[in-house]
Write a protein that binds this ligand. Structure first.
Ligand code: SAM
Ligand code: SF4
Length: 416
């Protein structure tokens, strides 16, 4: 979401006649796009918007997430009248409706909703992004079609809770609410788009129609980000997450049955207030059983204004660190095992560019990074044979033009 906002900020300034500089020192305007989700990121630039002007008098403009569209006007106004601030509480223009300068010509973010109606007790998103607001399905499709026309082959649909997309709007000319599954199927029909991803769904809203739309839409990639947060029922309750361990694991199983090649990633918070060793072991148990392909692991950080920040029983830093290290070690082993299972297989990669290992780097439909020998030609679809596995990437050889968009799915007979 933040990267997407940055592309829009760059797009707005460029549309206003500015040009990017190679050297930071040459720039007349420097934009810091801060993040309030976790304290670490927040601390990097005194994230609390209102206080920035006091703590950093050299700042000319403070702009909140809902007011990005006004940035250029504010910069111009600041030149004439001094420091400006716009931290309004409501989005009038979807970030995706603003011009963009994209870092990648072949892959693009498309926001389908902003905000969130849930109240997870650790999360600041509803406070900073407000209630969920969905974008009209026609607007999303028009943007995706426009992107395809510019050579984009992969889109990632963005929302804090993508799978409740549509519950706050109606289909034009009817009282029916568009569903996320409808959106997936519609984007699947856009010519030129060969890969569709989305993030983040809430596990509790991952309904059968979404699973069916994924399974039946050949361009929707076999990757699901499925945030667990905690494996302990007691902690899930304290977090105000509506599912429990058993339901979560049942969903993972059901999705794997419908989409056999699916890769799962997740988010896990360690050290939520009151988390005991027993609670943490429940998280390890779910991680063992779910066998995620990868996990984003976070140490809990209290966010101002959230319910959990006021809870007593904050877990001491060294205990959090020790649990965190155990979780990371367990997950790395599982990630390695999942990646090893691909050795010898042919996978389709979309080339992203030069790899850290000297050759090229691409990504599978299941969202795994692959390093292989060859010319890094971004945007190209290749088939490669997996030769090596690591927790966070694969090695491959024999790059050749891709046969089809679904090559890294198992043949149906082998999958059943
Ligand atoms: N909407 C997604 C969901 O329902 O799971 C999550 C979006 S949130 C912006 C991204 C991730 O940041 C969360 O899944 C959570 O693991 C992590 N996160 C959010 N607040 C946090 C906090 N206070 N401390 C640590 N991690 C946090
Ligand atoms: Fe935050 Fe996600 Fe919960 Fe919404 S569903 S409050 S974005 S963690």
């Amino acid at each position: 979401m933040n990267e997407h906002d940055s592309e829009r900020i760059a797009g707005l300034l460029t549309a206003g006649g500015m040009v990017p500089t190679e050297e930071l020192g040459d720039a007349e305007v420097v934009v810091f796009n801060t993040c309030a989700i976790r304290e670490n990121a927040d601390n990097r630039l005194y994230g609390q918007q209102g206080r920035i002007l006091q703590r950093a008098p050299w700042v000319d403009v403070v702009v909140g997430t809902h007011a990005i569209g006004s940035l250029l006007d504010l910069v111009r106004l600041a030149e004439r009248e001094g420091p400006q601030m716009d931290v309004r509480e409501y989005t009038e223009v979807f970030p995706s409706a603003l011009p963009a300068v994209r870092g990648d010509r072949h892959r693009a973010w498309v926001s389908v909703s902003v905000g969130c109606d849930n109240r997870c007790t650790f999360c600041i998103v509803p406070l900073v992004r407000g209630p969920q607001r969905s974008r009209a399905i026609g607007d999303v499709l028009a943007e995706v079609q426009g992107l395809a026309g510019q050579g984009v082959v992969e889109v990632t649909l963005l929302g804090q809770n993508v799978n409740t997309y549509g519950r706050d709007i109606t289909v034009p000319g009817s009282s029916r609410r568009p569903l996320f599954a409808d959106l997936l199927r519609a984007v699947n029909e856009v010519e030129g788009i060969r890969r569709i991803r989305f993030t983040s769904p809430h596990p509790a809203h991952f309904t059968d129609d979404v699973i069916a739309a994924m399974a039946e839409s050949e361009n929707v990639c076999e990757h699901i980000h499925f945030p667990l947060q905690s494996g302990s029922d007691r902690v899930l309750h304290l977090m105000n997450r509506s599912y429990r361990q058993a339901r979560y694991l049942a969903w993972v199983l059901r999705i794997r049955e419908a989409i056999p090649e699916v890769a799962f990633s997740t988010d896990i918070i360690v050290g939520f207030p009151g988390e005991t060793e027993g609670d943490f072991r429940e998280t390890l148990r779910v991680v063992e059983e779910a066998r995620f392909d990868s996990a984003y692991t976070f140490q809990y950080s209290p966010r101002p204004g959230t319910r959990a920040a006021g809870l007593e029983d904050q877990v001491p830093k060294e205990v959090v660190q020790e649990r965190f290290d155990r979780l990371v070690a367990l997950q790395e082993g599982i990630s390695l095992e999942r990646n090893r299972a691909l050795q010898g297989r042919t996978v389709e990669v979309l080339v992203e560019g030069e790899g850290r290992k000297g050759g090229a780097q691409g990504r599978t439909r299941s969202n795994k990074v692959v390093h292989f020998e060859g010319e890094p030609r971004p945007g190209e679809f290749l088939d490669v044979t997996v030769t090596g596995a690591h927790p966070h990437h694969l090695d491959a050889r024999d790059a050749r033009p891709a046969r089809s968009v679904t090559v890294d799915r198992e043949p149906a007979a082998a999958a059943s």
